[in-house]
Design a protein around this ligand. Structure first.
Ligand SMILES: *[C@@H]1O[C@H](CO)[C@@H](O)[C@H](O)[C@H]1NC(C)=O
Length: 418
């Protein structure tokens, strides 16, 4: 019985998720003591704490928001250094581009513990960079960059990021069997093997430098039929003198030179003769360069492994600011991360959408009312104008009448004089 309890305890302890880092910005200004702004440049943009223009929960949805346009941002937070050796590594956070972003980063960087946070900048060496990046209609992707032996490697696959104005959950899972998974809004969008989807290692096989295509290797699938001969009557000139042309009657050989009929296309002309094609009896197929094991290749069972992970940072550029980062989580437990995702992003996404929909509905109503008001006003003005016109018209008519009368008078005067 005792051993059973002990075994159960061990299993429970072993199954407990390890949370290396968690930040949800739910304690007012206290985040400022946990996050360090870099001083590498003097004009980095300011992060503020905000849940934005619309949200699911005004307190829970507070996060770090970029607040100045066309700025670099550089801020980071430190946690107890760990290695992911033999462990799954899960990095998760939410991003909300409520400003309808045109160009800007929405990714995090995971740094080794020796990072000098006060001097963090774009070239500071990191372990992993992960998250969305948008620039114009051309760039809308999720970066997954790993530093492997001092060099940054981009994923070979294209993962599209979200480009709407709502909060989205981004999750990267790196497993000790060198597989990975990327999730957006708790749904898998990409997965596979680290070795296959990044160029960390040289290729396993290379073309044998010793192998050469034999000189007599025949790669021609078809050849000219040696039996096929050009018919004797094949060759005809392409153009012939027009047999219907007649020398004009008034042609003077001495004056105009010797008469020649104009040339026309020869209806019997058959073009260049080409022999019939037959299967080549000596055809050997395409020569395939034999491959050998690449002497440069050494397998690495620990591509996934980082000895030191100690800082998470936001190091990015934004043209139009307003992005909110929240719900940072670094853990060794995929399921726990999914639960946390459900409890945070999952719980507030619908109310967030509802609030935005309501705001849009209100704006639409306001616009409609303003339009209606404008229409009414112009209608009133038009009516007033019409009245004025009519009033203005009346005396004009009288004048016209008077003029006409006057003309008549003149006419009669003239008549009288006559
Ligand atoms: C998260 O929520 C989804 C959708 O409701 C559900 O299918 C899934 O089981 C949840 N995951 C966890 C770990 O609770």
């Amino acid at each position: 019985m005792k051993t059973l309890i002990l075994a159960t305890l061990i299993i429970l302890v072993a199954a407990d998720p390890v949370v290396y880092f968690r930040e949800q910005f739910e304690d007012g200004d206290a985040w400022k003591s946990r996050w360090v702004e870099s001083k590498h440049k003097s004009d980095y943009g300011k992060f503020i704490l905000s849940s934005g223009k619309f949200y699911g929960d005004i307190e829970k949805d507070k996060g770090l928001q970029t607040s100045q346009d066309a700025r670099f941002y550089s801020i980071s937070s430190r946690f107890d250094t760990f290695s992911n050796e033999g462990q799954t590594l899960v990095i998760q956070f939410t991003v909300k581009h409520e400003q309808s972003i045109d160009c800007g980063g929405g990714y995090i960087k995971l740094f080794p513990s020796n990072l000098n946070q006060e001097d963090m900048h774009g070239d500071s060496e990191y372990n992993i960079m992960f998250g969305p990046d948008i620039c114009g209609p051309g760039t809308k992707k999720v970066h997954v960059i790993f530093n492997y032996k001092g060099k940054n490697h981009l994923i070979n696959k294209d993962i599209r990021c979200k480009d709407d104005e709502f909060t989205h959950l981004y999750t990267l899972i790196v497993r000790p069997d060198n597989t990975y998974e990327v999730k957006i809004d708790n749904k898998k969008v990409e997965s596979g093997s680290l070795e296959e989807d990044w160029d960390f290692l040289p290729p396993k096989k290379v073309k044998d430098p010793e192998a050469k295509k034999p000189d007599d290797w025949d790669e021609k699938e078809k050849i000219d039929d040696p039996e096929d001969k050009k018919p004797e009557d094949w060759d005809k000139p392409e153009h012939i003198p027009d047999p219907d042309a007649k020398k004009p009657d008034d042609w003077d050989d001495e004056m105009d030179g010797e008469w020649e009929p104009p040339m026309i296309s020869n209806p019997d002309y058959k073009g260049e003769w080409k022999p019939r094609q037959i299967d080549n009896p000596n055809y050997k197929g395409k020569w395939i360069h034999p491959e050998i094991d690449n002497p440069e290749y050494t397998a690495d069972v620990a591509i996934y492994k980082y000895d030191s992970i100690g800082v998470i940072g936001l190091d990015l550029w934004q043209v139009k600011s307003g992005t909110i980062f929240d719900n940072f989580l670094i853990t060794n437990d995929e399921k726990f991360a999914e639960e946390v995702g459900n409890e945070t992003w999952g719980a507030t996404k619908d109310p967030e959408k509802k609030m935005k929909d309501m705001q849009e509905e209100e704006e639409r109503k306001k616009r409609d009312e303003e339009e209606k008001k404008m229409k009414e006003e112009t209608k009133e003005e038009e009516e007033e104008d019409e009245e004025e016109e009519e009033e203005a018209k009346a005396p004009e008519d009288e004048e016209e009448q008077e003029e006409e009368e006057g003309e008549e008078e003149t006419d009669s005067n003239v008549k009288d004089e006559l």
